[in-house]
Ligand binder design. Structure first.
Ligand code: ZN
Length: 232
């Protein structure tokens, strides 16, 4: 999308409350940066700040940060608060992983401060973190995950998360407490149903079997697999 016809960018910058803080975007390398980062091009400070990019010129290669945002485009930052120096658009992978990590950290902090976690004396929730990260990796916000999606995620858990068959009971127990809390304290729409599905007495046994199957496949040199590390 081309920017709408408007006044020259240097006028817009001059009028900004904090001109040097104004966020820009380079059409050439598709990175975000601020006016204060612009390099000298031999005449004016209008050169993209990145050494591997030779773009020069406000309103030519360099625009306001959101001039090229298509309406409703996924991945493009929603506000200046989300911008980081050097962040690329439209490839927002690193940015979205950081957003997801922060979202998980907030959920886990709330969980570990809850009465549900206190009752069990929990001070860490590594399996919850790993499962929520797996949900996020599938594009599923944890607050929207339902029991069916959670079940499918658990069936593949050994593929995505570094775990052993013997971890199955602890994984199920921790998740059950988390979703019970999430239903009560966080208003997760399907939290109660998720907690109920995790109360299935046969689930630890099935999860053990699923993890073993993934581990066996992993150890097959003909089938190299990626795993997400979990800190324990
Ligand atoms: Zn550039």
């Amino acid at each position: 999308m081309q920017p709408l016809c408007r006044e020259p960018l240097d006028n817009v910058i001059a009028r900004a409350p904090h001109p040097r803080e104004t966020w820009l975007w380079c059409l050439h390398c598709e990175r975000f940066f601020q006016v204060k980062h612009l390099s000298f091009d031999g005449w004016r400070f209008e050169r993209c700040p990145f050494d591997d990019c030779r773009a020069v010129g406000l309103d030519f290669d360099i625009f306001l940060w959101n001039d090229f945002r298509a309406p409703g485009a996924g991945g493009w930052p929603a506000s200046e608060a989300e911008l980081q120096f050097g962040m690329r658009s439209p490839d927002m992978t690193a940015w979205s992983e950081e957003q997801q990590r922060r979202e998980r950290a907030a959920l886990l902090t709330a969980f570990l401060a809850s009465e549900e976690a206190a009752t069990l004396g929990m001070t860490r929730a590594p399996w919850t973190d790993a499962v929520l990260a797996t949900l996020q990796g599938f594009g599923m916000p944890p607050a929207q995950a339902d029991a069916a999606f959670l079940g499918e995620t658990l069936a593949d858990l050994g593929f995505w998360v570094d775990c052993e068959p013997g971890d199955a009971p602890a994984i199920v127990r921790e998740l059950r407490v988390f979703f019970r809390f999430a239903a009560r304290g966080l208003g997760f729409e399907h939290g109660r149903a998720c907690a109920a599905s995790l109360a299935d007495r046969d689930l630890p046994r099935r999860l053990r079997r699923w993890i073993r199957a993934e581990r066996d496949a992993r150890e097959d040199p003909a089938e190299p697999r990626l795993r997400r590390a979990v800190s324990r």
